[in-house]
Design a protein around this ligand. Structure first.
Ligand code: ATP
Ligand code: MG
Length: 454
């Protein structure tokens, strides 16, 4: 159904300059050009879109011929990126519906796994086919900003108006083709407060296990979309409700079952809350901090186990970190550029707690200081570290150089006393590295290089 006189609650002026230019140029060259997906959905729902996606009947090569600055990218499906200053407009060619045995551009049949998961998506289609391969009705609206009209074949406008998330096609079939749909359901629910239609609601739990078939690297990208877009706390709660966390973060969830004085789930939720707040304030966030929080409790257990088995202290930190990430990577694989800095954040904790006077300046200059300090605050919030210690680090950052010297001198006087107190509060066994002041990553590790790139 084409609507040209409907009030969508937004108009051309709310569309990014880059995507408007792309649509105009595609149409001028005789092709279709529509805005589609999350941007149309978000504009109707009154949320600022994070990006504007364009779809067309032109192939990536034909698109590239119009936009000389465009870059063809993508493995699962080729798309074109065109840059306008800081904006990148993504242009995708209409795709054929999944599951349909059909030839792609190379004359090959589409491949599916035993459970019908689509492995090769590189098949172009018509607009009609493109509609049915999209996931949700609210994501399948085609907006033509030139005419200010919208194509709606699946009653997406009505669903958006009612705040409903409805899948296109059979829910179990779609979850089987691509289990990531389930994570997208959670994300849209958390981000947009949409209500799930019953069929979607009831089909998630029985199908969660299928997420185990998704490549762990793809799940890492999805996890970041869940936790690094200002709706992390709500995403966590939804993932928990559908028992998805056990599959994504098995070590973390198991560690919550072990009785301890510290509420480690609170630590994770506080980290997600901090991250949401920082994103809303336009401040930078790093995935390493998030994973440091998610895996802190399993890391501590692993560290303690390694120490008690008599391993050298200097190695224990990195061995424990590597081991925890090795297990985590079987489900959601965390790239070394993220896990390396996460281990660095962990490895600084004890030095921050101990506050040895001669280490203070070096700690303050450490490139991970800010993240490690924020992590210390999280631990203090959960009662794992003295609030006095956390406050000391807050204060020293606000001092001028004379004030800083005075604070460090103050430590020298009371060092042995405060160090004893820190040890008794945080406990040698429970605080990684409490027995050793300087913990350096062993030199001969392959990953050292990628850590250094941060
Ligand atoms: P966001 O606001 O997070 O960008 P989005 O819906 O735009 O949400 P994208 O990943 O940018 O998400 O995808 C753009 C559009 O492509 C979606 O709205 C949907 O129509 C379609 N799409 C994305 N991923 C899938 C998928 N796995 N299966 C089917 N359609 C998909
Ligand atoms: Mg999008």
């Amino acid at each position: 159904m084409q609507y040209s006189d409907i009030d969508l609650g937004f108009n051309q002026s709310m569309v990014s300059k880059g995507s408007l230019d792309v649509v105009k140029k595609l149409q001028r060259a005789g092709y279709d050009g529509y805005l589609v997906g999350g941007c149309v959905r978000d504009l109707i729902l009154g949320t600022a879109p994070k990006d504007f996606d364009v779809t067309t009947n032109a192939t990536p090569e034909e698109v590239k011929a119009i936009f000389h600055r465009g870059r063809i990218i993508g493995r699962r499906f080729k798309i074109v990126h065109v840059r306008y200053g800081r904006e990148i407009v993504e242009i995708s060619t209409y795709r054929a519906a999944p599951g349909k045995p059909k030839k792609n551009w190379f004359g090959l049949r589409k491949k599916t796994s035993d459970s019908q998961r689509v492995l090769d998506d590189n098949v172009y289609g018509t607009l009609d086919e493109d509609v049915v391969r999209r996931d949700f009705t609210v994501n399948a609206l085609y907006y033509n900003p030139v005419e200010e009209s919208v194509l709606d074949f699946v009653e997406g406008i009505s669903d958006a108006g009612s705040g409903i998330l409805r899948m296109i096609g059979s829910v179990p079939v779609r979850f089987g083709e691509d289990p990531v749909h389930m994570l997208r359901v959670v994300r849209f629910k958390a981000k947009l407060s949409l209500t799930l239609v019953d069929e979607v609601e009831h089909e998630i739990r029985p199908n969660v296990v299928l997420l185990g078939e998704v490549p762990p690297a793809r799940l890492f990208d999805e996890v970041l979309k869940l936790f690094h877009h200002a709706h992390g706390v709500r995403s966590w709660e939804e993932l928990k409700k559908y028992s998805i966390l056990d599959l994504l973060f098995p070590l973390t969830m198991k560690s919550f079952d072990i009785e301890t004085e510290v509420d480690y789930e609170k630590l994770v939720l506080d980290a997600l809350g901090n991250t949401d707040r920082r994103i809303n304030q336009g401040k930078p966030v790093i995935p390493a901090f998030l994973f440091a929080a998610l895996l802190w409790a399993p890391f501590k257990r692993e560290y303690e186990a390694i120490i008690s088995s008599g391993s050298p202290l200097g190695e224990a930190m990195w061995s424990a970190g590597d081991r925890v990430f090795e297990i985590q990577n079987r489900t959601v694989s965390v790239p070394r550029r993220v896990s390396g800095p996460a281990i660095e954040i962990w490895s600084m904790q004890n030095r921050l707690v101990q506050r040895r006077p001669r280490t203070i300046d070096r700690l303050l200059e450490n490139r991970r200081f800010r993240a490690a300090y924020d992590f210390l605050l999280l631990r203090a919030q959960c009662g794992e570290v003295d609030t006095e210690v956390a406050q000391w680090w807050t204060d020293i950052q606000e001092c001028d150089s004379d004030g800083r010297r005075a604070m460090i001198d103050g430590l020298r006087d009371g060092f042995s006393k405060s160090s004893r107190r820190a040890k008794s509060k945080n406990g040698v066994a429970s605080d990684p590295g409490a027995n050793s002041t300087r913990r350096k990553r062993p030199r001969n590790r392959r990953s050292k290089k990628s850590v250094g790139k941060q």
